[in-house]
Design a protein around this ligand. Structure first.
Ligand code: PXP
Length: 249
């Protein structure tokens, strides 16, 4: 029997900042401003997270510019920054130099990242961004739906990873859920066959995450909302440890 290591866990700490901004939107740097995304990153790593993920959104609704500078300094594993393909955010990300970047679609109206990035439809716009990031020594991931056209386009762009969007799976019920899982399994196999490393995430929680173990070649899951929600009742250290147990193959 071959030993398969556990799936790596990237903890998305955006919602720690969401809670802080609910009270300290005008003064996120004040000494009273809490909770601290940096402290959360350190605790998550201490509990076994293999990476920390954060999204500097154009509207700065949760993570602020100063957060990502401080998080980058504190993180001992690796920092994965999510970003929409805009010049402004790209320049900030280049100055912070995270290990990984995940390009995501971003619109101001959405509550969270809703659909996957349309890589096939935005190939020309994405090319220079991917090249700039890779020239800076940053590994690039594209957050995509598990569709042939998006996987093919991602492979053509020469990125290191894709992150398969698990939101449709998470939201589906009944037979539709099996169908969405099959799409993810096939997408994972196809991406791997095209030389792409495979991550996944969005909408995963303590109830549905074990289904992800069926995805072949899966390297890492990025999970935010459910871990930070669980942390409210059991604490962040315990919440991360509980999730780590579920990721053992
Ligand atoms: N991966 C990506 C690319 C995301 O945009 C998000 C949401 O910020 C996540 C993973 C985490 O999703 P959730 O908070 O639902 O676990």
């Amino acid at each position: 029997m071959t030993y398969l290591p556990p799936i790596a866990l990237g903890v998305n700490i955006d919602h720690v900042a969401t809670l802080r901004q609910a009270r300290y939107r005008e003064t996120p740097d004040s000494e009273n401003a809490e909770p601290s995304p940096v402290e959360a990153a350190v605790i998550a790593e201490g509990a076994g997270a293999e990476g920390i993920t954060a999204h500097l959104r154009m509207d700065r609704r949760h993570i602020q510019d100063a957060d990502i500078v401080a998080i980058k300094k504190a993180v001992r594993t690796k920092l994965n920054l999510e970003l929409g393909n805009t010049h402004e955010i790209l320049q900030i990300v280049l100055s912070v130099k995270p290990e990984d970047v995940c390009l995501v679609p971003e619109s101001r109206e959405e509550v969270s990242t809703e659909g996957g990035l349309d890589v096939a439809g935005q190939l020309e716009a994405l090319k220079p961004t991917v090249a700039t990031l890779q020239e800076a020594g940053i590994r690039v991931s594209l957050f995509i739906d598990p569709k042939d056209s998006q996987i093919d386009a991602s492979a053509r762009l020469g990125v290191e990873f894709v992150e398969l969007h698990t939101g449709a799976f998470a939201n589906a019920v009944g037979a539709e859920k099996d169908l969405e899982l099959t799409r993810l399994i096939r997408g994972s196999a196809q991406a791997h066959a095209q030389g792409l490393a495979v991550n996944a995430g969005h909408g995963l929680n303590y109830q549905n995450v074990r289904a992800m173990l069926e995805l072949p070649h899966l390297v890492e899951l990025n999970i935010g909302h459910s871990i930070i929600s669980r942390a409210v009742t059991v604490g962040l250290d315990a919440a991360v440890r509980e999730m780590k147990v579920l990721l053992c193959r």
